[in-house]
Write a protein of this length. Structure first.
Lengths: 242, 228
């Protein structure tokens, strides 16, 4: 009645079933999310830190980055990276022609989503650092640490713990946003879902399966982050002493 | 291809403006419809009637946990079936992606607006509701005359920020072949091979509008904060 047999039927390619096709899409989605997450957290941290310093130039640059990436729709950003950049910058064009199209799509998507999400994480890192008492910075400097060391050993360890809840929801947003990579033809989960719907006319089965998979990934991230939050909790702080 | 050709933009400007008009219209309808439905959802979620609050929470959480693109396609398939069921017609009516997008964004945004409104209602001190009851107001009167006006005032900047996010999210309908602003640019980009001009223009226009709106919201936020 449910017609789940469709997932075990072969695709027109013959080599795989529709179920396997969706799972191969899920695999690419996971690679994309992981790659973009690493870029986003690394760059977002740098931008967030830079925006709390006293350097006018760096604060302006950091703010400019955040405004630029927050005020252009993600879909348009995908088009800029995938269509416009190679047309305007010849070396990128040469690179795109040299590698496998699927590789270029994946790299573009990782960079695009990573830089997009970095702007949001920069905002969180900044407010995490600013939520710490001013005395923390002063104490670090008074102990003879350099400003860089103060950030590394005093401010950031607490700031990261504070921003785990918003970082969790931003990570889940990243999973949801990864579906937009379908627009440049990356064969991730949403691409495979549409393909299955269009070729079998079993839209409800295909989209139902994709919904379940996306929710499962988002829920897993939620659990992992909850575990990280418990594992890194400082006793006597922020609900650490449970 | 050659260099950046401004002439290519001027010739198709009316077509692009029509797309932008659709984008703005969809944003406004979804923001207003989503806020109204969101208020109802927030009240349902805060209700002491358990099944009602569970139902609202279930709706809000499931909408918020799947990609918007997936929701857009779900409603594209489901809206005709739902209308057929509601009207009892023999065949599902053909409504097209342009119109199903209105359903999608009202129903989708309502889930996000509901959480904002809920936070707004919960920020009002409990004594306000007690005072309203003491004055003899009923629950609907207390909500309408005492709680919601204050909650919405507090929440206005967040609601407007969410509307700017919505304005950008609306661009995803272009992937259903709808001629919104981005969709119009996609069509021209393909027809005239003007990829660079079209997508750069769309990015610049979106940036200018969203940036100006968010600066406006920031100023509003400061003004409201001073009065309180």
């Amino acid at each position: 009645m449910l017609g789940l047999g469709i997932f075990f039927e072969d695709t027109p390619d013959g080599d795989t079933t529709w179920g396997q096709s969706l799972l191969s899409g899920l695999e690419i989605t996971l690679v994309l999310v992981l790659g973009a997450w690493l870029i986003a957290v690394a760059l977002g941290s740098v931008l967030g830190v830079v925006r709390t310093t006293r350097s006018r130039l760096w604060v302006t640059l950091g703010n400019g980055y955040v405004e630029l990436f927050r005020n252009i729709p993600l879909l348009v950003q995908f088009f800029l990276w995938y269509f416009v950049l190679p047309s305007v910058v010849p070396p990128v064009k040469r690179f795109a022609n040299a590698v496998d199209p699927a590789t270029f799509q994946l790299l573009t998507a990782v960079v695009c989503l990573g830089l997009f999400t970095a702007a949001r994480i920069a905002e969180q890192v900044k407010s995490g650092i600013l939520s710490l008492p001013r005395g923390q910075m002063m104490a670090g400097l008074a102990l003879g640490l350099t400003p860089a060391q103060t950030y590394r050993y005093v401010l950031l360890p607490m700031a990261y713990r504070i921003i785990i809840p918003p970082l969790t929801s931003e990570s889940m947003n990243l999973v949801k946003n990864s579906a937009v990579a379908y627009s440049i033809g990356l064969t991730e989960l949403f691409f495979r879902t549409r393909e299955m719907g269009e070729m079998t006319f079993r839209y409800f089965a295909a989209f139902g399966a994709a919904t379940v998979l996306y929710v499962a990934v988002a829920f897993s991230i939620n659990r992992i982050m909850a575990w990280v939050e418990r594992a890194t909790a400082v006793p006597g702080y922020l609900g650490g002493a449970k | 291809m050659g260099g950046f050709d401004l002439g290519a933009i001027v010739a198709v400007l009316p077509f692009l403006l029509k797309g932008l008009a659709y984008t703005v219209q969809l944003t406004l309808v979804a923001a207003i419809g989503g806020t109204l439905l969101g208020i109802l959802l927030a009240l349902a979620r805060l209700s002491s009637i358990k099944p009602l609050s569970l139902l609202a929470a279930g709706y809000i959480n499931s909408m918020r946990s799947i990609p918007l693109l997936l929701v857009i396609f779900w409603f594209y398939f489901l809206a005709p079936v739902m209308l057929q069921w509601l009207s009892g017609a023999e065949y599902p009516p053909k409504i097209g992606a342009e119109r199903s997008a209105y359903f999608t964004f009202i129903l989708f945004e309502a889930a996000y607006f509901a959480e904002i409104v809920r936070a707004g209602i919960q920020s009002i001190p409990k004594g306000q509701l007690g005072a309203a009851y003491a004055l003899g107001l009923t629950y609907p009167q207390a909500m309408r005359l005492v709680i919601l006006p204050q909650a919405l005032r507090n929440m206005l900047p967040v609601l407007l920020t969410q509307t700017i996010v919505l304005f950008q999210d609306v661009s995803l309908v272009a992937l259903l072949n709808v001629t919104d602003f981005v969709g119009a640019a996609m069509k021209i980009a393909q027809r005239d091979s003007r990829v660079v001009e079209m997508y750069t223009l769309v990015a610049v226009v979106y940036f200018v509008l969203s940036f100006a709106l968010s600066q406006g919201v920031k100023r509003l936020h400061r003004r409201i904060a001073i009065v309180r």
